[in-house]
Structures are given as structure tokens and as C-alpha cells.
Design a protein around this ligand. Sequence first.
Ligand SMILES: C[S@@+](CC[C@H](N)C(=O)[O-])C[C@H]1O[C@@H](n2cnc3c(N)ncnc32)[C@H](O)[C@@H]1O
Length: 107
Amino acid sequence: MLSLASLKPNERVVDLGSGDGRIVIAAAKSFGASALGVDVRGALVKECRRRVREMGLSGRVKVLRRNFRDVSLRKADVISRSSGGSPTVSCHSPRRAGRRRTRFTST
Ligand SMILES: C[S@@+](CC[C@H](N)C(=O)[O-])C[C@H]1O[C@@H](n2cnc3c(N)ncnc32)[C@H](O)[C@@H]1O
């Protein structure tokens, strides 16, 4: 999914519904990106934070316990959202001038 979005080092991923953190961890570990995970389920947020800490990725990965509808996506280069289908990627023109296109990935 992240390869499909051509994720590059130092770009920022926001995973809407980050679960156990596999996407945010892969973004940081395999692509050198920074990542924000958002999930409403406290147990998953706790588990994700634990994994991030254990893997030494705390400097690159943050996880919020929140409804993802309340999270700003303005700084995201790649937005990820799992919905149970086949991987897709699409591009959206940013509102702010001068910014790269934000890619949206979904499975
Ligand atoms: C199928 S899991 C995906 C986990 C992970 N992104 C992955 O690809 O492995 C979907 C997650 O979305 C979370 N979720 C669903 N609706 C949400 C909402 N409105 N705000 C935050 N998290 C939400 C669920 O708690 C669940 O952990």
C-alpha cells in the first residue's frame, strides 16, 4: 500500500484507524517516513505505542486515541485508510499553494 503511494523518506503518513500500528511502523521502519496513527480503541493505541517504543521508532511515529474525523490532515503527504478492499491509490490537489499532492491509499 505504501509502495503504491510511492512513499518517500521524510514524508508524513497519517493512518486513519491505525489498529496495531503495522502501517505506521512500516512507514517509519521501511520507508524512513514519519507517521501519525489514529484509532478510537484504547487497547489498540496502547499496543501500537508499545510496539513503536520497542522498535525504537518513537521519534518518527506518534499515535493518538481519537476519532479520525477530528484530526487535521493538512500536513499529510500520504493518507491511509483500511476499508477491507483491494489496495488503491489516488491523488488530491492540496488547497494550499506550493505543496505536493497528497496521496490517499485505501485497502
Ligand atoms: C481494519 S483496522 C485497520 C488497521 C490498520 N490500519 C491496518 O491496515 O492494519 C481498522 C481500524 O480503524 C479503527 N477505526 C474505525 N473507525 C474509526 C474512527 N472513526 N476513528 C478512529 N479509528 C477508527 C478501528 O478501531 C480499527 O482499529
